[in-house]
Write a protein that binds this ligand. Structure first.
Ligand code: XIL
Length: 370
């Protein structure tokens, strides 16, 4: 009798332990997951040595108020560039027509400057985070064109003078995402208020206005699902070709790079080469690689290979100037809130411990595939 019970117990205990340990709520699981080992190689220093302009990240408030976050962000040589996640968007900068608020964006520029980082302005004309006075204003094409001009001039013009190093007065403004997410996934134009009211011409208007407001910034059109060859990336290529033939000032195509684990396209290099052949530069602008939770040893290894593949593609394309991550710690990633069941998309976990993905980037910079 006693022997029977003991045997049952012996069988039940490991099963219980295993199922508990797989539960994401239990912290000690994380301790068992593999972590990064190459963290003594700061990413930006390495990528600059390898001939690129930057390895950066997207940051904003509230995380920029978190001391631990700032500590990692400012690790010497780790990140050389910053894109504000929200503070330069339309709802943040012109919540009411003609009334501009730049304070959070200014604060971010000051932090980037103190960390020795260059800036990517993000973003002027986008259908999201757009105040309802614009989206539901019922404007004529002429009025809305004026509104786009006022907005782009106001925002790009403001930071054209301000994104400079306080001591040296050298510009730290590198580029601007002038137009964001203009396409549907099938390659047709997204029916934003700008497109439905003005037509495709809103894009040329935005770029012409941005160039006049800041002649030094590289002007980008930015989108997702255009990283590999696809109907959408073909549409982007055709648009940029047409803009350039009309003399519209456009300098770059931003590939957001919001990927799913294990689903990195095999055509990144080929696609980016087709883009740079048009005479524009390209950059990965918001890279994250989301994992269906919970993370396991296998997902971490796959993520290492995936980050390696993305950065390696940039290394292989001469006109790919840099890589910006869509944040760096899972603690503040937008992924879990937007894609239920997914997370862990970045290179540091929520405790600021580097993951194997960090090593994947280092390997790519050093020319090694994972
Ligand atoms: C995200 C921000 O990270 C979030 O904080 C915000 O709530 C929603 O927008 N494409 C973009 C980014 O160009 O600006 C978006 O950023 C993610 C998708």
């Amino acid at each position: 009798m006693l022997r029977f019970k003991l045997q049952t117990l012996l069988r039940v205990i490991p099963v219980l332990f295993l199922s508990l340990s797989l539960h994401p709520q239990f912290r000690f699981v994380n301790a068992q997951l593999p972590t990064g080992t190459e963290t003594s190689t700061p990413l930006n220093t390495a990528i600059v040595q390898a001939g690129k302009k930057y390895l950066g990240d997207m940051s904003d408030f509230p995380e920029l108020n978190d001391e631990q976050y700032l500590g990692t962000l400012k690790t010497p040589g780790l990140f050389g560039q910053m894109t504000p996640g929200n503070s330069m968007k339309w709802d943040a900068t012109e919540p009411t027509r003609g009334q501009f608020t730049f304070s959070n964006g200014d604060a971010i520029v000051a932090i980037a400057d103190s960390a020795g980082q260059i800036m990517r302005g993000h973003t002027c004309v986008w259908h999201n985070q757009l105040p309802s006075w614009v989206s539901s204003g019922g404007f004529s094409a002429e009025e809305l064109t004026e509104i786009v001009e006022e907005h782009v001039k106001g925002v790009v013009g403001h930071w054209a003078g301000k994104m400079r190093n306080l001591l040296t007065q050298t510009p730290i403004s590198d580029s601007w995402d002038v137009v964001n997410e203009a396409f549907n996934d099938n390659g047709t134009m997204r029916e934003s208020v700008f497109y439905t009211t003005i037509g495709e011409g809103y894009i040329a208007t935005a770029f012409n206005t941005a160039r006049a407001a800041d002649p030094n910034a590289k002007l980008y059109i930015n989108d997702y699902n255009i990283e590999g060859t696809s109907a959408k990336s073909t549409a982007m290529i055709n648009l940029v070709k047409s803009l350039k033939s009309q003399g519209v000032p456009i300098d770059g195509i931003g590939l957001q790079g919001h990927f799913i684990l294990g689903q990195i396209p095999n055509t990144l290099v080929q696609n980016m080469q087709a883009m740079t052949a048009l005479g524009v530069e390209v950059a990965f602008t918001e890279v994250d690689i989301r994992v269906e939770l919970p993370e396991t040893e296998e997902t971490r290894e796959q993520q290492k290979a995936d980050f390696n593949k993305v950065v390696e593609a940039c290394m292989q394309v001469e006109g790919c100037v840099g890589v910006t991550l869509g944040g760096f710690t899972d603690k503040y990633s937008w992924v879990p809130g937007t894609f239920p069941g997914f997370g862990a998309a970045l290179i540091y976990d929520e405790e600021y411990v580097a993951k194997p993905a960090y090593d994947g980037i280092v390997d790519a910079i050093k020319g090694k595939s994972d």
